[in-house]
Design a protein around this ligand. Structure first.
Ligand SMILES: Nc1ncnc2c1ncn2[C@@H]1O[C@H](COP(=O)(O)OP(=O)(O)OP(=O)(O)O)[C@@H](O)[C@H]1O
Ligand SMILES: [Mg+2]
Length: 578
């Protein structure tokens, strides 16, 4: 084992121990219960031996009854402690699962946005569901089961050693050989498990992606392509799973083979010893019963090993997510008034590809600034930088409250109201929950917001009004935008950042949003909108035009129309469209 492997194993074990450590008391209780069960299972063959060697030859009925009574008690105790132990395994498992889910969700909230660009949400969801399940099983079940099996095997070996050490050497040596073989196979299994988990995540992501695009699929019907697209991912996964199964099942087969050899050797050599008076028939019977009794825990250990190896990838992935570096939270005091925003020479690139190139601009409150430009010119990227989702690799962004400046390059404008083209909602929440998101506002203010944004017009038509679940209704694109607008109005944000919210809504809703923006502008808010529609662009007080990540011109609509060829071209395309 290389140092790297050793270190990795140590880290994995530490992680598992850390998780179990929190449930010390239930683990101690589980341990106690399974010890009783294990002890019961070890005592049973000894009782059989007593019956065969003592009660049967002497024909002593009372001693036979005596042993049978003890046998019944031991069996009842072993069964009931086993039952309680199993329940405790499950309960601990549920606790571990709850804790892991909580930790992973918290991690998702604390890692930088770039994490979600690197990892698809489909893969993350698959891992969250399946990998956490595996880790939970591993943590809650594997240790107690291993412990139980090991205790039983060790107890049995100890007793048979005591009975006849020469005969006992056979299983001991063969167990050792088996252990060495399993260690070699496990290494292979770990590698294969990692690949299998990755491909499983990919397949999950493909399924989620198909569901996300179901509307398009129903209309476009690309069934042939879709089938081969899905099947190719499924095939890859199945292939990797098969490779893993080949390795894992090898351990089981080896175990069975080895068990057969032990049984055969013990029986033949034991019979020879009985003939030579080196062993009593009762002892051979007990020995035989012990060897049979080893089969149970041994099978369990093999299954546990199989599960452990197939979960190896899961543990690594969950650990990987939990190890992701969290972003620092901003401790900046949010200014209650924002008078100006200034970007100084900001640049941003994705994987060495320069997207925003030395842009400088300033916008002020009481104005609507529109960012325009061709698709892919970097408009949303700039907005993501203002929001702190992407960090400028060069340059700085400042906001001013009229007295001092705040550098928001690292964390973005906290408390900005942000709307994008497709607003998302929490489907199992009510409309009211989705507007408030836990924030408390007076009924008057709530009514004012919903009336002003026009949300009330459509919500009052729903039977349950604001208590309607989002999943119960099918909101139109425009209604979603108005609802999202109401949601950001709850905080009365000083800065509004809107990314193409009017591009796929009807003109009536667009007018409504224009009106709302005008009102907000009247309240001296700082508003930046990314716009494609000419009507929205025209209504802006200032226009910033982006071209290939650079600001190519800046000014008012009429000014730019008469002075800038590039802008004229862009506008003529917009005019053709609308
Ligand atoms: N996660 C990413 N990884 C790599 N490149 C990206 C990523 N996100 C955006 N880009 C690239 O950055 C450039 C600017 O993208 P951006 O989304 O800012 O354009 P946009 O002006 O908003 O376009 P649109 O009008 O189509 O919304 C594009 O070339 C895009 O391919
Ligand atoms: Mg965009």
């Amino acid at each position: 084992m290389t140092d790297e492997n050793k270190k990795e194993k140590r880290v994995l074990n530490q992680f598992v121990r850390g998780l179990i450590g929190q449930y010390k008391y239930s683990q101690i209780l589980t341990f106690f219960l399974i010890s009783l069960q294990a002890a019961g299972n070890i005592v049973l063959p000894l009782l059989f031996q007593q019956i065969v060697d003592k009660s049967l030859p002497s024909g002593d009925m009372s001693s036979l009854m005596h042993y049978i009574m003890i046998l019944v008690v031991v069996m009842v105790v072993a069964l009931s402690t086993g039952y309680l132990g199993e329940i405790l395994f499950e309960f601990t498992g549920l606790k571990v699962k709850k804790e892991l889910n909580r930790r992973v969700i918290k991690k998702f909230l604390d890692v930088p946005y770039s994490f979600f660009i690197r990892n698809s949400s489909g893969e993350l969801a698959t891992h969250l569901i399946s990998d956490i399940d595996n880790v939970t099983m591993m943590v809650s079940q594997i240790l107690p089961i291993t412990l139980l099996s090991l205790m039983q095997i060790a107890g049995i070996l100890f007793v048979i050693f005591f009975m006849n050490w020469k005969l006992a050497l056979i299983p001991v040596i063969l167990f050792f050989v088996f252990y060495m073989l399993v260690a070699v196979i496990n290494k292979q299994a770990q590698k294969k498990s990692l690949t299998e988990r990755t491909l499983f995540g990919k397949m999950g992501a493909v399924i989620i992606n198909i569901l996300e695009n179901i509307k398009f699929i129903k209309v476009g019907k690309p069934y042939g392509w879709l089938n081969s697209y899905f099947e190719s991912h499924q095939e890859n996964y199945i292939k990797s799973k098969k490779k893993l199964v080949f390795v894992l099942k090898l351990v089981g087969t080896l175990g069975n083979g080895m068990f057969g050899i032990i049984a055969f050797a013990v029986f033949s050599i034991g019979s020879y010893m009985v003939i030579k008076d080196m062993l009593t028939v009762g002892q051979l019977l007990a020995f035989w019963a012990y060897i049979q009794a080893i089969a149970g825990p041994l099978q369990l250990m093999i299954q546990v090993n199989m599960f452990k190896m197939s979960s190896y990838g899961s543990v690594k992935r969950v650990m990987g997510i939990l190890d992701e570096k969290e972003e620092k939270r901003s401790d900046m005091v949010v200014p209650s008034v924002v008078s100006k925003l200034e970007a100084e020479d900001i640049s941003f690139s994705f994987d060495q590809k320069s997207i925003i190139k030395n842009c400088s601009f300033s916008t002020r409150s009481g104005e609507i600034t529109a960012i325009v430009g061709e698709s892919g010119s970097g408009k949303s990227t700039i907005m993501n930088m203002l929001l702190g989702l992407y960090k400028a690799q060069e340059g700085n962004i400042f906001i001013y409250d009229g007295i001092k400046s705040y550098n928001i390059t690292e964390y973005g404008i906290s408390g900005a109201g942000y709307l994008e083209q497709e607003s998302m909602f929490f489907k199992e929440g009510t409309i009211k929950d989705n507007i408030l998101l836990g924030r408390e506002v007076k009924a008057d203010k709530f009514n004012e917001i919903t009336l002003k944004t026009g949300v009330d017009d459509f919500v009052k038509k729903f039977e349950k009004g604001y208590d309607t679940l989002i999943s119960e209704v099918s909101l139109s694109g425009g209604q979603k935008q108005l609802l999202a607008f109401a949601r950001i109005m709850v905080d009365d944000p000083q800065v509004l950042l809107l990314d193409e919210i009017t591009s796929n809504i009807d003109s009536h809703t667009e007018e409504k949003i224009q009106e709302l923006l005008k009102q907000e502008k009247g309240k001296n808010k700082l508003i930046i909108i990314i716009a494609h529609r000419l009507s929205t662009i025209k209504s802006a007080d200032r226009i910033l035009m982006l071209s290939e990540g650079k600001i190519c011109c800046e000014g008012k609509h009429e000014e730019l129309l008469s002075t800038n060829e590039h802008y004229r071209n862009l506008v003529s395309i917009q005019t053709d469209k609308h």
